[in-house]
Design a protein. Sequence first.
Length: 588
Amino acid sequence: MGKIVKVSGPLVVATGMQDANMSDVVRVGEQRLIGEILNMTGDSASIQVYEETSGIGPGAEVVTTGTPLSVELGPGLLENIYDGIQRPLEGIMKVCGANIKRGVEVPALDREKKWDFVATAKVGDQVVGGDVIGTVQETSSTVHKIMVPIGMKGTISSITSGSFTVADVVATLTTEKGEKKDLTMMQKWPVRVGRPYKKKYPPHIPLSTGQRVIDTMFPVAKGGTAAVPGPFGAGKTVVQHAMAKWSDVDIVVYIGCGERGNEMTDVLREFPELIDPRTGETLMKRTVLIANTSDMPVAAREASVYTGITIGEYFRDMGYDVAVIADSTSRWAEALREMSGRLEEMPGEEGYPAYLASRLAQFYERAGMISCMGSDERQGSLTAIGAVSPPGGDLSEPVSQGTMRIVKVFWSLDSSLAYRRHFPAINWLNSHSLYIDSLKGWYDENLGPEYAKRRTWALATLQEEASLNEIVQLVGKDSLSADDQLTLEVARMVREDFLQQNAFVDIDSYSEYDRQNQMLGLIQDYETLCRAALKKHAKLYDLFEIDARVGIGRAKTVPADEYKSVYAKIHSDMEAQIAAIAEKGDED
């Protein structure tokens, strides 16, 4: 037991802590506020407290629990809303009302609710850590697999199907030394330690989001890393909502880290109302929400991203595809900066701690496509997507730069696009994806070799448009050659008819890969036919005004079950109309 000698906001310094260790969870003061030891100097411990420290003074007692900050993993995680250190907000509300009281202790997983456990292992089975011994139908869309805790090994000596709470013993394991170990449906894991796996694979399957600018131009792979930087009002939250709703993953972990309270309220209200297109149920059936808003204790902000990614790793170990969405890592970095300042550490660039880049790397490195622990062959993936909120949209600041060096996909949101009502406002000149080469095999097999060629053509056209626009500003559009004017028109079609997408219109909010491929093919074929017609002296403005142009513009609003036949008709009409104009040009 130690005594407090200094209080500085969320930082508390206590002496007499010789029995404690780094990263131990401690209880501070009479109200037993929860905290974590950041560093030790002799018997003096610097502690970050995850609750408001007003009223705490020198002389107050500090008691170590002897264990690191850990999360409870088991049935009951899905559909739940936690704070940054995995305290269930709904459970706290039942205990103390709408306002959270300090020192309140509510278990993360409900100890009274019973779950129907179905044993899949039997007595006499040899098992190791990670093996599945039973299942629980946690929600209508998700089967929760009960696994042997990591590090255990032995023989199942008893196992029973039935209705149990997470704390009830469902099986008994006899180790090689003859010791009996009781197995429950719940296990604990320290948040700052990544869960182990057998092998990590290079990501080679795209994460389908239904967003054309992401899937076609800047794709992210399952098990990959991505960042969404952008200024206020550029649409970060809508992009993340769309990814949570439409991504072909089994589980979504959404971390509201330091965002505004009203923005997190929107998430909490909208997610239960969003319908999961894969199951027809509410999206919450496969979602875990972690809410740690900007008015909540700043120290818990730092813990929230680790809490979220540990929960994501747990579902990944079941063999599921998981997306962890952190909104935003900038607020998390601000919490690091505040705690670093109170610890009187040497500041780095813009006051951030010198270890900012390594902490960012530790978070994103926990993503990946892996072979799960256990004797059976299961593969799971964890995709980490972090929003970055640079002050004033300045991408040269340390958090954006540190993130860019680590992640392989960078979706740069642009406020000028947002002001022009072009959504998603992802700037195609500043964004990039390094997964193109590793995903090429999947694209060639499932969509054909022309898909990758069309993507390259579209990006080259947009780059050429940017160069031509500089000339247009000097001499005007009419002074350009017919070929260059056609390039500008085709680039406008790529921007408005393909990249622009309305998240609030059902038909346009999601586009499957084959549809994206065919839409881009229509625009590319239009350019090819027009260039051939120009060589036959066709009039440029006649080519711009053909009826098929209207069809291409409306292609994204064609119902999903009709688009193939409609696109084929648009293509045939386009060929006939351009051929007629080319023939007329030859005659003239």
